[in-house]
Design a binder for this molecule. Structure first.
Ligand code: UT7
Length: 331
């Protein structure tokens, strides 16, 4: 029997209808379109509105979009992993609710929480299930409702983040396509530079934490920026080296969309041609766990069977890493 690898066999996406443009932000905080565009590359982001809607709403719709493009019966799905930094609620996993709502009634589910690297780590986890030969259909959804932890009077964060979700289905492949290798890293030094200080077990919610705005995201942007550029480039080089590849062997670079300057600086360090760097940050901003699957969805039609793709992410924690995959289908 030939070696089984885990291949992405379908993708899907969902972004909410409401578009928060730079022009609207200009009326909310002391900022302007020129600053946001030149410092981040972002023009607009999507925000989920409506009572009782959370990350599961985004994830369910991305999964339904994926299922509508395949012949897969949701009952065949064995595992649903929701990669997220903004689960619906504590203690009850978002993924379990999502699985039930999409009709994946034979699946078990759990959430994987690793900030902006959640999706990459989830792909690593899911591919191990497939390679074990015990599982044949694993759904990974990167979904985040970042607007739930943004202070819309803080100009340093409200201009960056957006809401969205992307889904991928992983299935066994015997042609040598799919996930080839990974290089995943983390360093707890990063905790102080990017966090939501309260609401977790260290500082549970109180009247005072709310008054002190400790349930909103805090980021030391400059420090995170420096770490992101050097480490994303580093893990891309490492995975190329591990697999005896050069930049010329790679068709697409698919990196976390946190800031256009980070994406460009990473590509420059790698001497990777910009036309083969996937980008959609201008439309969605930073959607945390959803950036990479949203890219795969948006570029799906341009991808060809056998294309070599390097995915890389960097985020809170710090967490970061790269995955090398061979695309498995023509759409
Ligand atoms: O996905 C998770 C990982 N996150 C990241 O990778 C994010 C990494 N960091 C960044 O993307 C960038 O650091 C930011 C976009 C967050 C900020 O850009 P920056 O070029 O690092 O700006 P800065 O924080 O150094 O601020 C420069 C100036 C400051 O004014 P002074 O002190 O020079 O007078 C800020 O107060 O820009 C000011 N500023 C703004 N001005 C207009 C900060 N935010 C804004 C704003 N509009 N929205």
């Amino acid at each position: 029997m030939s070696k089984i690898s885990a291949a992405i066999t379908a993708v899907g996406k969902y972004v909410p209808d409401y578009v928060l443009t730079n022009q609207i932000l200009e009326t909310m905080v002391d900022t302007n379109d020129e600053w946001i565009t030149s410092r981040t590359g972002i023009k607009e982001r999507r925000i989920l509105k409506g009572k009782n809607k959370g990350t599961s709403f985004l994830a369910i719709n991305a999964a339904k979009n994926l299922l509508s493009k395949t012949n897969v019966d949701p009952k065949e799905i064995e595992l649903v992993i929701v990669a997220t930094a903004t689960p619906d609620m504590q203690a009850a996993p978002t993924s379990v609710y999502v699985a039930t709502q999409i009709g994946a009634t034979n699946a078990f589910g759990y959430d994987l929480i690793a900030a902006c690297s959640s999706f990459l780590y989830a792909i690593s986890t899911a591919s191990s299930y497939i390679e074990s030969v015990k599982y044949k259909k694993v759904l990974v959804i990167g979904a985040d409702m970042n607007s739930s932890m943004i202070d819309y009077s803080d100009r340093t964060t409200c201009i960056i983040f957006g809401d969205g979700a992307g889904a991928v289905l992983l299935e066994p492949n015997e042609e040598g396509l799919g996930i080839q290798d990974e290089y995943l890293r983390s360093d707890g030094i990063g905790r102080e530079f990017l966090q939501v200080p309260a609401g977790g077990s260290i500082e549970p919610a109180t009247e005072q934490t709310i008054k002190d705005k400790k349930h909103f995201i805090f980021q030391d942007g400059r420090t995170v920026f420096k770490w992101a550029v050097s480490n994303m480039a580093d893990v891309c080089l490492k995975i190329l080296e591990k697999n005896n590849l050069t930049i010329n062997d790679i068709n697409w670079l698919t990196v976390h969309q946190a800031n256009k300057r980070i994406i460009d600086a990473t590509a420059k360090r790698l001497e990777f041609p910009t036309e083969r760097v996937m980008t959609n940050i201008e439309k969605y901003g930073n959607t945390t766990s959803a950036t990479i699957p949203l890219l795969l969805s948006d570029y799906e039609k341009q991808l060809k069977k056998g294309d070599n793709i390097i995915m890389a992410a960097f985020g809170g924690g710090f967490t970061w890493g790269s995955i090398y995959l061979k695309w498995a289908y023509n759409s």
